[in-house]
Design a protein around this ligand. Sequence first.
Ligand code: HEM
Length: 343
Amino acid sequence: MTKHFNDETFRGDYTYYNSPEAIRRFPFPFDRDSYMYSVNIEQHPGGPAGSPFEYAFDVDEHYVAEMKDRAITLAEDPLRCQSLPHMELAGWDLLELIMEAKARDYPDLFGLHKDGDRWHWINRPLRIDQRFTFLDATTLPYGPMEYITRQAQGDFALLHEREGNLWMDAGMVTSQADWSLDFDVGMNFFEWHAPVPKAKKMGVFDKALKFLLAVQQGQAYRRLNWTMTVNPRLDTSPENYHKWGPEKRTITPQNVGRKQFLRVELQSFWRLPRSNAIVFPIRCYLACLDDLASQPKWGRRLHRVLRDLDPVLVEYKGFAVNRDIIVAHLARYDDGAPTSPGI
Ligand code: HEM
């Protein structure tokens, strides 16, 4: 667990960095030398001590800087956080889930004391000391979902279940891989996934929805997703494409190793107790190519995955313009040695 929080930025001068420890624990997403969409779901939490999978909500060295970045994005565009009126109870469920998990897993950083419905929340890294009444929104400075997700890394989609489907009826989305909450809010599982190529025909979404609808209270699951981002930018939203889209053209063979980032999303699914909603946290981890390649098996494998990736996925994930430079750079880390399955 971390006690040190990096002083860093995810925009402007991009001073974001990973310590050697953060590189070692990076959630490298490839368990073989090739990649295609699949229903890659497993139980959560659970994983080696110190890994991002160990606890329900991983708190790492980027915590304080990520929360500052979220506050900047929200100040510029409040529509990154939206909750339809029937989702307030789900917001309280989420607040309870996150507060209990953080206080349990990181007791030196967070504290939660309950006296009936009078709760006392302490967040030491962000210097927050809040007394409030559970289920009474007038006692918090924001609605419950916004209040707690301003203090939790990653994006959060809150899904309402009805008509055998899931509907994105609330969310906090400021670190997304080129999709928009404002566009998707009110859509169902198949509607918001419509832009994804290939997966529907492969039956991935039918199977995934069936799985999600069967998740019971007290159970949680996770999967990893990934894409590529130029510069360590959290807010790669369609709303701000004019800011980050042109940065893709700044990649050169000389700077690609430090400027091109693998963006991994640790996604989890939780059934919430009072509302029966599902929460889908999407936690983003960023590491540049050269940092990843400091682990020889990752450099070797990333080269093979990106070299052989289906061009349709390269296009959808938005790095077609730089793929050749990336693959040529990574080739230097691939000695041709065989790799074994597993991370
Ligand atoms: C992509 C949301 C669950 C598979 C996406 C996108 C969104 C999203 C907003 C971007 C679509 C776009 O281009 O506009 C969600 C939410 C989920 C969920 C809120 C929880 C209810 C799942 C599950 C799977 C899955 C369980 C299982 C296989 C995918 C895939 C992509 C995708 C393969 C394309 C990702 C890429 O290539 O970068 N999802 N998703 N999703 N989703 Fe989901």
